[in-house]
Design a binder for this molecule. Structure first.
Ligand SMILES: Cc1ncc(COP(=O)(O)O)c(C=O)c1O
Length: 478
């Protein structure tokens, strides 16, 4: 072995660097919990400046890399991080990730993945159980993100529901479609277009006043599609929607699907986590009737990105999506071994994501998820009351159904478009300041500020502070 390769695999150097890295991250998480935390959530550095910084570093590396890089990340564990939906990850899940990345066996077939493959099955069984589906009947797997999860589930729906073998023969002239609420995540639209169904492949049904799919409209849109000679394959229910966190009525949608012989897919990327909450589980009533469900562990279940579960009520369906011949992996493309995962997943090489979940459940039990979820959902409801009491804001949903809260600075003297402009400027100023991190969204065409309460270190104190910060930047703008 060359000297360089000896250095690469030197156990002593690895041990030393590993300890140093864990020390750095432990100090970081300690700092994030400090009552006197002064640090900004991130460094509001411009992309070109940051590019030049790292370009110079690459040309002339100086100092310890991780120490240098840490301040240049957005700090999701910071109590004032009130932005996107991804989890403030549990350190134990990160250790599991380190372990599995080190072993890095791949997960395509059992002879490669072994323990990772078996743990994946156990996790799907736990989810089936929580969904009240007999585990002997259901099946599923983990995949790389909600976007891919939605695509995989909808491809499966097409394979099962359409008589013609589109996988083999491609489309002819027949138009197929799925129905979904106007509030669905854009990954659903992306999946439909990726499947080659085009714009007509997605029938958008209006929502009610609480941003839930208005089930009274389903029949009308379904009949209109039939008149246009469009074959509807299924309906997608949101649990919950991305913008405001509204839960579609799964039971009522399941009734409609049953009446018309349609596939029911539940996009529970965000809210599927509530399977682990007794307090908020009712939002998922009817999920046991879904043909397919996706759930992101990297959103509300504390695991590093990305880990998405897909559960099929009828386990046989999970083998229908892809039919691939790969003689170097398996001899018989038709046989169904649960442990040769690549027969069912989009990916061939896939990270050993199951370890991140399994270690959390093994160390802490389901209580880890339940306590975290109930805390964050309770806090979101409290935040809505704080916003309401303040008197300077309006909200699209007075009573948030999740840990997502939308709000905007309101002044009756402003026109709706002036309010949009004002709130865009407020968000820009808040982010430029970097004491807090919040995001923005459009709801019914209007600009709102949006916060997802993902962080177990966030308390009411930070939420009051955020509103004060917004009012302060607003007074500087106008
Ligand atoms: C409801 C919903 N579905 C799907 C997705 C896509 O998930 P991912 O980012 O894991 O691809 C998101 C992401 O925010 C989402 O909110």
């Amino acid at each position: 072995m060359s000297d360089l390769l000896k250095k690469v695999y030197d156990p002593e150097a690895f041990r030393k660097k590993g300890y140093q890295l864990i020390d750095l991250l432990a100090a970081h998480i300690e700092k994030m919990q400090s009552p006197n935390l002064q640090a900004k959530v991130f460094d509001p550095i411009a992309p070109e400046v940051l590019y030049d910084f790292w370009k110079k570093d690459f040309e002339n590396p100086e100092g310890a890399f991780y120490e240098k890089a840490l301040p240049l990340f957005n700090h999701i564990h910071h109590p004032k991080y009130l932005g996107h939906q991804t989890a403030a990850v549990a350190p134990d899940a990160v250790l599991a990730e380190l372990f599995s990345s080190f072993l890095d066996t791949g997960m395509g077939v059992y002879e490669q993945g072994h323990t990772g493959v078996v743990l994946e099955r156990l996790i799907i069984e736990i989810l089936s159980d929580k969904m009240h589906i007999p585990k002997a009947q259901s099946s599923g797997f983990l995949t790389s993100g909600g976007t891919l999860g939605n695509l995989t589930a909808l491809l499966c729906a097409r394979a099962v529901m359409v008589e013609k073998d589109i996988w083999q023969a491609g489309y002819e002239s027949q138009q197929y479609a799925f129905m979904v609420s106007e509030e669905a995540h854009y990954s659903v639209d992306k999946a439909i277009r990726t499947m080659g169904l085009g714009e007509k492949g997605l029938i958008k049904v209006p929502v009610d006043a609480l941003y839930r799919l208005d089930t009274s409209q389903l029949e009308k849109y379904y009949e209109a599609a039939r008149r246009d000679n469009i074959i509807v394959i299924g309906v997608i229910a949101n649990a919950c929607t991305t913008a405001v966190g509204a839960h579609d009525p799964i039971d009522a949608i399941a009734d409609f699907c049953e009446a018309h012989g349609l596939w029911l897919h539940v996009d529970a990327a965000h809210g599927g986590a509530l399977l682990f909450s007794k307090k908020y589980r009712d939002y998922l009533n009817g999920i046991e009737r879904a043909d397919s469900v996706i759930l992101d562990f990297h959103k509300m279940l504390l695991t590093p990105s990305i880990v998405t579960a897909i559960v099929f009520r009828n386990g046989d369906h999970s083998y229908r999506t892809f039919a691939q011949k790969a003689s170097y992996l398996w001899d018989n493309a038709e046989s169904r071994e649960w442990y040769n995962l690549a027969k069912r997943t989009f990916e061939l090489t896939k990270t050993t994501m199951s370890l991140r979940i399994y270690t959390l459940l093994r160390h802490y039990g389901e209580a880890i998820f339940e306590e975290y979820l109930d805390r964050q959902y309770d806090l979101a409801k409290q935040f809505a009351r704080i916003i309401e009491a303040d008197g300077h804001f309006e909200m699209p949903l007075e009573y948030p159904e999740s840990n997502i809260v939308c709000y905007r600075y309101f002044d009756p003297a402003f026109s709706p478009s002036d309010l949009d402009e004002l709130n865009l400027k407020i968000r820009e100023a808040v982010v430029a300041d970097a004491e807090y991190f919040i995001i923005q969204t459009r709801i019914e065409g209007r600009v709102y500020l949006r916060s997802t309460l993902v962080n177990a270190f966030t308390t009411e104190k930070e939420l009051y502070g955020l509103l004060e910060k917004i009012k302060q930047v607003k007074s500087q703008i106008s």
